[in-house]
Design a protein around this ligand. Sequence first.
Ligand SMILES: NC(=O)c1ccc[n+]([C@@H]2O[C@H](COP(=O)([O-])OP(=O)(O)OC[C@H]3O[C@@H](n4cnc5c(N)ncnc54)[C@H](O)[C@@H]3O)[C@@H](O)[C@H]2O)c1
Length: 339
Amino acid sequence: MPRRFAILVTGGAGFIGSHACKALHQAGYLPVTVDNLTTGHADAVKWGPLVHADVRNAAALKDAIKNHGIKAVMHFAASAYVGESMARPAFYYDNNAGGMISLINACLDTGVDKVVFSSSCATYGSPEGGPIREDTPQAPINPYGRSKLMCEEMLHDCSAAHGLRFAALRYFNAAGADPEGDLSERHDPETHLLPLALQATSGRRGPLQVFGTDYPTRDGSCERDYIHVSDLARGHVLAADYLAEGGASTALNLGSGTGHTIFEVLETIRSVTGKTVPHDLAPRRAGDPPSLTADPRLAQQTLGFRTERSRLDQIIRDAAPSFGLAAAREDRHGRHAAE
Ligand SMILES: NC(=O)c1ccc[n+]([C@@H]2O[C@H](COP(=O)([O-])OP(=O)(O)OC[C@H]3O[C@@H](n4cnc5c(N)ncnc54)[C@H](O)[C@@H]3O)[C@@H](O)[C@H]2O)c1
């Protein structure tokens, strides 16, 4: 396949960024990772060079852009723990908003005019009602979400003033792992439900804490929209293609459009792995919205993006091996049989 062009991938050593690098490579782009390896892993950078640098260092970004003939940027690098953002807000504004300022300056100084940005459903806060559309008011409820909204606003202003074009991709809950086993989710500490539940199932940690059983949902537990990380990665390639073809700046939800409660996730893990997830019931945790589900239609219309592996049981089947769990075989009716 002819090489399209080189893309700077900040945070390319992290969970989603590394999957995006694989998808970019498969689509003919050269991913050039810039990562400070605070939460990422050098051995996850397999499809292009790794520049070990901090995104707040604009000079290092400019060097990487010039040295590799970069034409577009995907900006994943950020701190992404909601709880930590409440304990260390200044650090979150520095790393996330400060990183974005540095990146925008590097782009403006070098003439890079296309940015795909990792935004988040956390920018919506805790909206009432059904699936979240992109025009749902953004009212984040923690410093992490506010730092992501600030980044979107910076991009918006610089798009108007300087002709920078961007796609802000508001992900819902990224989960799963590369189906070919090349990559997986390796956060430390881990805060995401699915890896925590799979670790509890495999005995790598104690019982999972289920926070809150009295939410106004089907079974009282929180409801979230899980999107397979490989689908997310493909969405980024489509966004890069869209901007390369002259697409206008946009903000798009990337989600499956289907919500699953925590108890539904636990039951699906049981049906896929044949093992019960040890769990304890705990009171609600401050700041957890009852339900967050994407309306995914705008990304379908704008990018032609449709999820392919984001059925919950598929996400779990792909993630399970990296936690030492075997997934049961599926019969032709979609039922799981023990291996
Ligand atoms: N995981 C999710 O469900 C989810 C949902 C919505 C949005 N996001 C966003 O997606 C992006 C990627 O998330 P992830 O789950 O892959 O996280 P991750 O922690 O695995 O990846 C982040 C990467 O950025 C790097 N990094 C952090 N600060 C940096 C800095 N100042 N300079 C250089 N590198 C730096 C880390 O070392 C890491 O490799 C983040 O921006 C996050 O806010 C994630």
